[in-house]
Design a protein around this ligand. Structure first.
Ligand code: GDP
Ligand code: MG
Length: 250
């Protein structure tokens, strides 16, 4: 039974975001856009899921999916994307819950999405996009960008979650080619979209530091991301068809 009340879905995965969910929900709804809001919580130990249930009870256009445990940010995005297709949303916006993605920037991302398959917010188009970020986090972000630019030949900000997808133009099959369930989802999904001819537009965004709580990016997650990046690079050289949809049978 479809649960869609509008044409735009904003999707936000959460894990231990109790201090942020209410504010982000309020600020997104205050934009006054005709949109629905979907949260996907992985049974956060801090009780985020219960706060989200309260929000869904108060706001008819807020929905929550609960998963039984921490199954990864990439898998959360893939589940959100699958849900958006299943409900027939023409447009999907994805973002983080921690206010590194500013709700008001949804407007400029949507404007940038016109005529494109995907629009993404970029930290690399303007100087001063990471105010207050510690030097280590800046270095890691810059290194990730360098690697995706050189190895995958992707000029975009590939590791960010602030995106607008035009689901009317993107085949759902494309996302079946994306394997990672962790942070590597971000560059791999963009790589697969790019390899299948999708047009990607970028707009500069400023990312303030996280509002409340801690990052879930761990050294282990970082290592998994780098090793997947190297695998995608090798596969893209020796088995490029792995990232392309097969043409329809004649
Ligand atoms: N459902 C779900 N959400 C996650 C998971 N890992 C991270 N998130 C959410 O994804 C967004 C980005 O995560 P964050 O920890 O801020 O990563 P960072 O921005 O790279 O430091 C936040 O809204 C998190 O709560 C996960 O395993 N499951
Ligand atoms: Mg964050």
């Amino acid at each position: 039974m479809p649960q869609r009340s509008h044409d735009v879905l904003v999707f936000i995965p959460t894990y231990n975001e109790r201090g942020n969910v209410e504010n982000i929900c309020t600020q997104i709804l205050a934009l006054g856009l005709p949109l629905d809001l979907l949260f996907l919580d992985d049974n956060s130990p801090d009780g985020t899921g219960a706060v989200l249930d309260g929000l869904a009870a108060r706001h008819p256009n807020v929905r929550v999916i609960h998963r039984p445990g921490k199954l990864g940010i990439g898998g959360a995005h893939l589940d959100g994307i699958a849900w958006a297709y299943a409900q027939g949303y023409p447009q999907l916006i994805t973002m983080d819950c921690d206010f590194t993605h500013t709700p008001a920037d949804i407007l400029k991302l949507r404007a940038a999405a016109v005529g494109h398959h995907v629009a993404i917010g970029s930290r690399f188009m303007e100087k001063g996009s990471l105010p207050g970020w510690n030097p280590l986090r800046r270095l890691l972000t810059a290194t990730g960008h360098f690697l995706t630019r050189t190895l995958l030949r992707m000029p975009f900000d590939c590791s960010g979650a602030f995106r607008v997808y035009d689901l009317t133009k993107i085949s759902p099959e494309i996302f079946r080619l994306v394997r990672p369930r962790g942070y590597a989802f971000f560059f791999e999904s963009l790589f697969v979209l790019n390899r299948n001819g999708c047009s990607i537009n970028e707009v500069p965004i400023v990312l303030p530091v996280r509002a409340s709580g801690d990052s879930k990016m761990s050294l282990r997650e970082m290592w998994r991301g780098v090793s997947r990046l190297l695998s995608v690079f090798v596969l893209s050289v020796f088995s490029p068809s792995r990232f392309k949809l097969s043409p329809p049978a004649p």
